[in-house]
Design a binder for this molecule. Structure first.
Ligand code: CTP
Length: 197
């Protein structure tokens, strides 16, 4: 399939951290093979379109949306019901079409009392500036920027190192296990939620 190396660990760590703080948590999980937490409700899906459908359904009841999913930006434009035979085909060109941006769509319909946190998977120089642009363009309260070009952190790793950006400024959280990063992200979000920041 077309995807990326994301394991879902950051999202699951955020969910566990929020449950620790007493939140009622629902996780939309796409192709995640990690142990489940009894305190959490899971909606299992497998494609970007299914993630979008599930998020749209659940969003109205949510106080906080933490969008850690590495959603595919493109999908095959065509699918075939049967098998594609190889005879007479020296190559098989694959045309991809853009998927919808789920966070942008939800940002457009958000209520003022909802808190939206996005992630920004960035590569190299200018990562923070591009993260800030995502904060504005997706109408988020905070964006968690991580540099996916760094080995050992981010995609399919147990550790992460991030900068949490909001309209007031930014907070760097040094390399740590994703459970620790999740707590720091939730610390940054809690004041927004209670209206004190
Ligand atoms: N996101 C989303 N729907 C998509 C793609 C991304 O909701 N189809 C969300 C991600 O979950 C993340 C945020 O948007 O919270 C930013 O995702 P990222 O991959 O960093 O950036 P993109 O907006 O996809 O832009 P680009 O890949 O060009 O950097």
């Amino acid at each position: 399939y077309i995807g990326n190396r994301s394991s879902g660990r950051m999202g699951f760590a955020l969910a566990a951290g929020a449950a620790d703080r007493g939140a009622r948590v629902t996780v939309v999980a796409a192709n995640v093979e990690l142990p489940r937490d009894r305190r959490i409700q899971y909606v299992d899906v497998s494609t970007a379109a299914e993630v979008e459908r599930a998020c749209r359904e659940l969003f109205g009841d949510a106080d906080v949306l933490l969008m850690a999913a590495a959603v595919a930006d493109f999908r095959p434009a065509q699918s075939h019901a049967g098998k594609i035979k190889k005879d007479g085909r020296p190559t098989l060109p694959l045309r991809l079409e853009a998927t919808g941006d789920i966070l942008t769509a939800l940002g457009e319909q958000r209520r003022p009392d909802q808190v939206l946190v996005g992630f920004a998977a960035e590569h190299g120089d200018g990562a923070l500036e591009r993260g800030r642009r995502k904060l504005r363009e997706k109408r988020l309260d905070a964006v968690v920027v991580n540099d996916v070009s760094e080995p050992g952190i981010g995609f399919d790793a147990s550790d992460n190192e991030v900068v949490v950006v909001n309209v007031d400024g930014e907070r760097h959280i040094g390399r740590a296990p994703k459970s620790v990063i999740a707590q720091a992200v939730l610390d940054a979000v809690t004041p927004v939620r209670s209206g004190s920041s």
